[in-house]
Structure formats: structure tokens, C-alpha cells
Write a protein that binds this ligand. Structure first.
Ligand SMILES: Nc1ncnc2c1ncn2[C@@H]1O[C@H](COP(=O)(O)OP(=O)(O)OP(=O)(O)O)[C@@H](O)[C@H]1O
Ligand SMILES: [Mg+2]
Length: 246
């Protein structure tokens, strides 16, 4: 299932997000000043603290929304994946829930990925976060990186361009309970979540999918042998030489 933002929707989300960020900057500035006033009565102070928390959640929502739109400055480059993952290890460590172990396995002689690294980092972080949440009561998360010449079934790579001759797959495998009943059909849809009391939850997979759309990659998932796998497929060498995705 693929959700692709049209140019019009992309513009609209970008415009809204830009304006909302300006409004939120004002909120944060003035709330900070008001809360510094020690003469405020406790009721007003409590009310302002609640508004401040609401503004923080709104800022977080806008940050995640920003990840959905096409950045004007996509910067594809060669990425050596083993090095790239090593740099990300501290980020994964922060996502790790109590009792969860995270291991990284990279195949030898991986071809270099050709894509914007920021998009891969975002998508990967969301998937590792989900896997850690799925194994929150203790479990194992494996990140397995391999090369393949087989094109993914459904990729966002522009059909008009020479197709990559090889791809790098990054599988995030966890031994949690699996995808909840009824979630499967709307998994990648915005705000589709099993989290309770999180008003801005349900954007992780939408963001990951949006990132793959922007770099011409693919995302899919499967459940087998008691394990859940979410897999990113990333373009490597294109038609024998390196070339940017439009
Ligand atoms: N590895 C996984 N195992 C089981 N269920 C998963 C896994 N990854 C995602 N899901 C399910 O998909 C839903 C949507 O995931 P998504 O990342 O989009 O949002 P979220 O994790 O609920 O919230 P957010 O990422 O915004 O904090 C999750 O609520 C969960 O039910
Ligand atoms: Mg998530």
C-alpha cells in the first residue's frame, strides 16, 4: 500500500507547518516570560504550565509533520552503511526500553547506499523505536543489513529512471507480540495507533514511509516464526553509476 503526497498536498502541509511554527514560537516566548513572574497566583501558574505543555506537544507534532513533506534540500550521497549504523548506535541506545537488547549485523562487502542520509536516519529511528516499544517487557531487537539485486515489489523509485542494479535492505526484527488485530490494514496511515492517551501518536510509520518515498526506497513488513520484521529497501548503485533521485 502506498500513500504519496501530491505536489499540492506537499505545498499545503509545508505552508501550514511553517505558519504553525511561527505561532508556536510566539507561544513559547511569551509563556516563558509569563512563567518567570514569581508574583503569579498558583491557579494562573498551573493554567500557564498546562498551556506550555500543550504548546510543547504541538511543536512535537509539527516537527513530525515536517518529516512528511519533501525537503527542498534533499542531499543524496554515498553511504557506507556499517559506519552509518555505528554513528546511530547511541541514538538506538536511547530508544531502548528496559530489558530490551539491540544488536546490529551488517553483511560484508555491502554496496554503498545512494540517498539522503537524514531521511534514512529518520525512518530507521521510527522503526527501531517501534520495535523497542513492542519488546518493552524485555526482548530482542535485531538490525540486519544485507545486499540484494532483487528489486522490491513496491518501490518509490521513479519508473522513468534507470533502475538500481542493487539494493541494501535494513531489517528491524523483534520478538514482540506482533501487530495487533485490526491494525494491519491501516498501519501506515497517519494517526493510526494502538497507543492510548497519546494525542499525537501514530505518525512513526507514516514518517518512515514518507522518507522512503523521498529517496526512492521501499518499506514493507512481515510476521513469521514469532518475529515481526519491518524492512527498508534502499537504492544502491544506479545503472552502474551513481545518480541522484529527482
Ligand atoms: N514492531 C512492531 N510490532 C508490533 N506492532 C507494531 C510494530 N511497529 C508498529 N506497530 C503498530 O503500528 C502502530 C503504528 O505505529 P506508528 O509508529 O505509526 O505509531 P505509534 O508507534 O503508535 O506512535 P508514534 O510512533 O507516533 O509514537 C503502533 O501503534 C503499533 O500498534
Ligand atoms: Mg511509532
Amino acid at each position: 500500500m502506498q500513500i504519496i503526497l501530491s505536489d499540492y498536498q506537499d505545498q499545503l502541509v509545508k505552508g501550514l507547518s511553517h505558519r504553525m511554527n511561527n505561532i508556536l514560537t510566539l507561544f513559547h516566548g511569551y509563556l516563558g516570560l509569563l512563567l518567570d513572574n514569581e508574583k503569579l497566583d498558583p491557579v494562573t501558574q498551573e493554567g500557564l504550565a498546562k498551556i506550555k505543555d500543550g504548546a510543547r506537544v504541538a511543536t512535537e507534532l509539527m516537527d513530525r509533520t515536517n518529516a512528511l513533506v519533501r525537503p527542498s534540500n534533499l542531499m543524496p550521497r554515498e553511504i557506507a552503511f556499517d559506519e552509518f549504523l555505528n554513528q546511530l548506535a547511541p541514538t538506538f541506545e536511547k530508544l531502548r526500553t528496559f530489558g530490551t537488547t539491540i544488536s546490529i549485523e551488517c553483511a560484508d562487502d555491502l554496496p554503498q547506499v545512494w540517498a539522503d542520509a537524514s531521511r534514512i536516519r529518520l525512518a530507521l529511528t521510527e522503526l527501531v523505536k517501534n520495535a523497542c516499544e513492542a519488546t518493552a517487557s524485555g526482548g530482542a531487537v535485531r538490525i540486519v543489513v544485507e545486499a540484494t539485486e532483487a528489486s522490491p515489489k513496491e518501490s518509490y523509485f521513479p519508473a522513468s529512471q534507470p533502475q538500481p542494479t542493487s539494493w541494501v535492505t535494513v531489517s528491524i526484527i523483534d520478538d514482540g507480540a506482533g501487530i495487533a488485530k485490526g491494525m494491519e490494514a491501516q498501519l501506515y496511515e497517519p494517526f493510526s495507533t494502538t497507543k492510548k492517551k497519546h494525542i499525537i501518536a501514530g505518525l512513526g510509520l507514516t514518517v518512515a514511509m514518507g522518507c522512503m518515498q523521498q529517496i526512492g526506497g521501499a518499506i514493507d513488513h512481515e510476521r513469521s516464526g514469532g518475529k515481526t520484521t519491518f524492512r527498508l529497501t534502499l537504492p544502491s548503485r544506479l545503472g552502474g553509476k551513481l545518480k541522484a533521485v529527482a
